[in-house]
Design a protein around this ligand. Structure first.
Ligand SMILES: [Zn+2]
Length: 223
């Protein structure tokens, strides 16, 4: 309610009045209905302080990851342990889905890749849950004023079938990333028996994220 009123006072109201004076009552109403609310909310999200006047812009990040399938390891995807004869090999828990999302988040802000921030030569990261790595990546993103809007990810796996576990993965990732589950898309794709993924030698994942950041003021570093 307060948001709405502030938004109207900030600009929507005066334009509506102008519209009425000009004879376009219906236009003013249309304007309010179509965008007044969302404009007010956008304004509020931008917050107060020195940077309040700057527009927020959307950055896109893309991530890709691949791990070998090996015996004697659990298969962990999006923080969920999936029953499987083979698991993913790697220094951490080798959660290929979480890694692709982490790469995308870093990519959106041009912060390099996961290997740079969490080197596989560092014993601290041996066997670590990749959800913990994602939390650390989110700290980097928010420290730079970034706000994650949504995630769209695809796991490419010949076996096991993942469809039933996807909602659980989306929920765990959404909780970890601090975004609604409605903004967290996790899909699975079969490689149709083709290539190294089709032969079950490994699993791959791709992810795209959208991150909202405030546009840089003149003379300031952008991030
Ligand atoms: Zn990885």
């Amino acid at each position: 309610m307060t948001e709405r009123r502030r938004g109207n006072r900030a600009g929507g109201g005066s334009r509506a009045q102008r519209g009425n004076r000009a004879g376009g009552g219906s236009r003013a109403q249309r304007g309010n209905r179509a965008g007044g609310g969302s404009r007010a909310q956008r304004g509020n999200r931008a917050g107060g302080g020195r940077a309040a006047g700057r527009p927020r812009v959307q950055r896109t990040g893309f991530g890709f990851d691949i791990h070998p399938l090996v015996a004697g390891r659990p298969l962990i995807l999006g923080g969920v342990t999936v029953p499987s004869e083979l698991g993913l090999g790697g220094h951490s828990d080798a959660d290929v889905l979480s890694h692709a999302i982490g790469e995308a988040l870093l990519g959106a802000l041009a912060l390099g890749d996961l290997g740079r921030h969490f080197p596989d030569t560092d014993p601290r990261y041996r066997g670590i849950s990749s959800l913990a790595l994602l939390r650390e990546v989110m700290v980097l993103v928010t420290a730079r004023g970034g706000r994650l809007v949504n995630v769209d990810a695809t796991v490419i796996a010949q076996a096991p079938r993942l469809a039933q576990r996807l909602p659980e993965m989306a929920k765990r990732l959404a909780d970890t990333l601090g975004i609604p589950v409605e903004a967290t898309s996790v899909k699975a794709k079969s490689p149709e028996g083709l290539g190294l993924l089709g032969r079950k030698e490994g699993m791959a994942a791709m992810a795209v994220v959208s991150v909202e950041v405030r546009a840089a003021a003149e003379g300031e570093a952008s991030l």
